[in-house]
Ligand binder design. Structure first.
Ligand SMILES: O=C1O[C@H](COP(=O)(O)O)[C@@H](O)[C@H](O)[C@H]1O
Length: 309
């Protein structure tokens, strides 16, 4: 017998040494465990892209949240499939796929897109790539989110250069934010980016990371920018994480997207993950808890990030 769905097996298995396996009786009513996926054992590795376990969370503001926990390598496989499926869906439906990247660890987790079957089969020419946030540094600087994505992904796939919308690095933070918003408004007018009923741009997919403090894009805990509800793109000059000057999408833009994924790994983020997914309704919300897209939100966690759930 190579399969099991028993939580007892998982708890006892040396391969899956969860200190705190999800226990439905411990959860607030807002988070319910749906099921444990079948896992193979006896020397056979976990099926590619099979989550170790999945949670379904219905957070206050978000109707549709899924949380999958993976071995690190499986996370990259699953994320590639998720992005590829959405690329296929949107390119078939409307001949374009608008995808927004974050910086940080996310880019490395997209690496499987550079392998078969995706590298040769995706309609890269129909991709339009944007950034949720960018540091106000030259594009050649080590801190540049553009450089990170270019070196790790974009330079290796045939996306037309004109479809890669980098932030203007010759401008001040304020100027670059205004310039990027103008660019987005133009692309909404020309129907490259769809428009949501609320009037904000509706990207097909936004790929977010989360810092150990719970920040997403360049929206940091307790910062007044969390309340910005008019601008599409704004700037920050006092980012608690260096470099201090950045531009960032605002929450109304993040939350207008059709699909959003939060890719979070490492035990250093376990407290923030716990606060976002298990925090009480009355507690102060970390920025990641304010991610609430019109469409679907999916969390990709590794065991470390999920270790306090
Ligand atoms: O500064 C930033 O940090 C976040 C999180 O990065 P990670 O390395 O902890 O995953 C990232 O999503 C954001 O784009 C970046 O500017």
């Amino acid at each position: 017998m190579a399969y099991t769905q028993s939580t007892t097996f998982l708890s006892n298995s040396p391969r899956f040494p969860f200190a705190s396996l999800p226990n439905p009786s411990l959860h607030p009513p807002s988070v319910t465990h749906l099921f444990f996926r079948p896992l193979r054992f006896k020397g056979v590795s976990v099926k590619p892209h099979t989550p170790l376990y999945s949670l379904k969370a219905s957070m206050a503001e978000t109707k549709n949240v899924a949380v999958d926990v993976f071995e690190k390598e499986d996370l990259a496989v699953a994320l590639a499939k998720y992005v590829a499926d959405l690329s296929n869906k949107f390119t078939a439906e409307r001949g374009a796929f608008t995808v927004c990247l974050s910086g940080g660890s996310l880019i490395n987790y997209l690496r499987k897109l550079l392998e078969p079957p995706y590298v040769d089969s995706l309609e890269w020419s129909k991709w339009h790539v944007f950034w949720l946030d960018e540091r106000v540094v030259p594009k050649t600087h080590e801190d540049s989110n553009y450089k990170l994505a270019f070196d790790g992904l974009l330079s290796k796939v045939p996306i037309p250069p004109g479809n890669v919308y980098a932030i203007n690095d010759a401008l001040s933070a304020e100027g670059a934010a205004d310039d990027y918003e103008t660019c987005l408004r133009h692309l909404v007018k020309s129907n490259v980016i769809l428009s949501s009923a609320s009037g904000f741009p509706k990207f097909d997919l936004q790929l977010l990371g989360m810092g150990p403090d719970g920040h997403v894009a360049s929206l940091f805990p307790g910062h007044p920018l969390l309340q910005e509800n008019k601008k599409w793109v704004t700037f920050i000059k006092d980012s608690p994480k260096p470099p201090p000057e950045r531009i960032t999408f605002t929450f109304p833009v993040i939350n207008s997207s059709a699909y959003a994924a939060l890719v979070v790994t490492g035990s250093g983020k376990a407290d923030a993950v716990h606060s976002v997914l298990r925090g009480s309704q009355n507690s102060v919300k970390l920025p990641a808890a304010l991610v609430s897209p019109e469409g679907e939100l999916k969390w990709f966690l590794d065991k470390g990030a999920a270790s306090k759930l």
